[in-house]
Design a protein around this ligand. Structure first.
Ligand SMILES: NC(=O)c1ccc[n+]([C@@H]2O[C@H](COP(=O)([O-])OP(=O)(O)OC[C@H]3O[C@@H](n4cnc5c(N)ncnc54)[C@H](O)[C@@H]3O)[C@@H](O)[C@H]2O)c1
Ligand SMILES: O=c1ccn([C@@H]2O[C@H](COP(=O)(O)OP(=O)(O)O[C@H]3O[C@H](CO)[C@H](O)[C@H](O)[C@H]3O)[C@@H](O)[C@H]2O)c(=O)[nH]1
Length: 335
């Protein structure tokens, strides 16, 4: 039995591949490298890699059959919130329609288990924190809307085809493997922690703090940062759960349950890096909710998941090891 990982050359996907390989799973990666990096799927893993789009149903069916795939973990997506607002149809095509093609290939190949990368963005601006899975889903951008639409596809494909699924709603993924040479390399980078670390590396003059007039103790936005290897372990457990249960349709939040403000994150990064990291207050970024904090008790109870790298200094320190040893990210010249 193998696990097919779509988007396995991306940030969270490559860390999950590392986790699965370490657990003795047989893994196959499918990635069109639109934002991923060939170098993120380490040669030492000896994992089959297909430079393939998830819309290519025919090739996916062949790959699933050739590798005796029994479960898919689906990371492949567009995930820039701002771009999704200016170009929503790209997100309906690349996220919703492309996932439809992937599910079609799975049904054709008789692969009826999927773990899906969902997001806290399905909730929009929450009415309370911590957020529970049953709370209102009111996405404020097409990115979150398309992820929610995919979650709904699982409802109907379960009824029609018996496809069982676990949607994992990540809060703010951060950090890096810590011992293997993989980490975060989005181009352009939009996430707070890697941008702060680019300031520490001298690649940017300062960090812009998007708004200091929110209704939070220090006025800056609060987020729930979750270590990428804790996300990876949740995927491993989700695969196991799907194999061992007639699981139906599930969705779980993945976060630490602790919120840190933008200013607090900058302060911890100053301590970790020993760099002053100049900060400048800038206007609010459109669509940012003041606070996002997860209630992840369901993932803990049902999957047996326990995040173990919960400390923000550990998360930033692992990210710093990656960024300081790979200041220009992956070398894509050998693609
Ligand atoms: N990074 C976060 O904080 C975060 C938070 C919540 C949810 N997510 C979701 O988690 C998933 C992974 O995020 P990431 O940060 O690792 O992103 P990423 O861009 O690093 O990884 C996505 C990978 O999918 C590949 N891909 C995209 N479209 C494809 C297609 N049509 N066919 C084949 N491959 C394709 C890309 O090349 C890339 O390697 C995404 O679905 C994202 O929406 C991320
Ligand atoms: O240069 C920056 C970058 C970010 N921020 C702030 O830092 C916080 C975190 O921002 P990120 O862009 O790192 O993360 P988001 O919370 O916006 O987004 C994350 O959570 C979303 C769900 O709400 C989506 O899932 C998305 O993919 C995921 O990256 C926000 O308050 C943002 O305004 C800054 O102040 N300056």
């Amino acid at each position: 039995m193998s696990v097919l990982v779509t988007g396995g050359a991306g940030y969270i996907g490559s860390h999950t591949v590392a986790e699965l390989v370490a657990a003795g799973e047989s893994v196959v990666v499918v990635d069109n490298l639109q934002t991923g990096h060939r170098g993120a799927v380490l040669e030492a893993f000896n994992v089959p890699f297909y430079n393939c789009d998830i819309r290519d149903t025919k090739q996916l069916v062949t790959i699933m059959n050739d590798h005796a795939v029994d479960t898919v973990i689906h990371f492949a997506a567009d995930s820039l919130v701002g771009e999704s607002v200016t170009n929503p149809l790209k997100y309906y095509d690349d996220n919703v329609a492309a996932t439809g093609k992937l599910l079609q290939a799975m049904v054709e190949a008789g692969v009826l288990r999927i773990v899906f990368s969902s997001t806290a963005a399905v909730y929009g601006k929450p009415s309370r924190v911590p957020i529970s899975e049953a709370d209102a889903k009111q996405p404020e951008n097409p990115y979150g809307e398309t992820k929610l639409a995919i979650e709904r596809m699982f409802h109907w494909t379960h009824r029609a085809h018996g496809l069982s699924s676990i949607s994992l709603r990540y809060f703010n993924a951060a950090g890096a493997h810590g011992s293997l040479p993989i980490g975060e390399d989005h181009r352009p980078e939009s996430h707070l922690i890697p941008i702060i670390l680019q300031v520490a590396l001298g690649q940017r003059p300062h960090i812009q703090v998007f708004g200091d007039d929110y209704e939070t103790p220090d006025g800056t936005c609060i987020r729930d940062y979750i270590h990428v290897m804790d996300l990876a372990s949740a995927h491993r457990l989700a695969v196991r759960y799907l194999r061992e249960h007639d699981a139906g349709v599930n969705a779980f939040n993945l976060g630490n349950g602790n919120g840190f403000s933008v200013n607090e994150v900058i302060e911890v990064a100053r301590t970790v890096t020993g760099h002053p990291i100049p900060a400048q207050v800038a206007p609010r970024r459109a669509g940012d909710p003041p606070q996002l904090i997860a209630d992840s008790s369901q993932a803990q109870q049902v999957l047996g998941w326990t995040p173990v790298r919960r400390d923000l200094a550990t998360i930033i320190s692992d990210a710093w090891k990656w960024h300081s040893s790979h200041p220009n990210g992956y070398d894509d010249s050998t693609r």
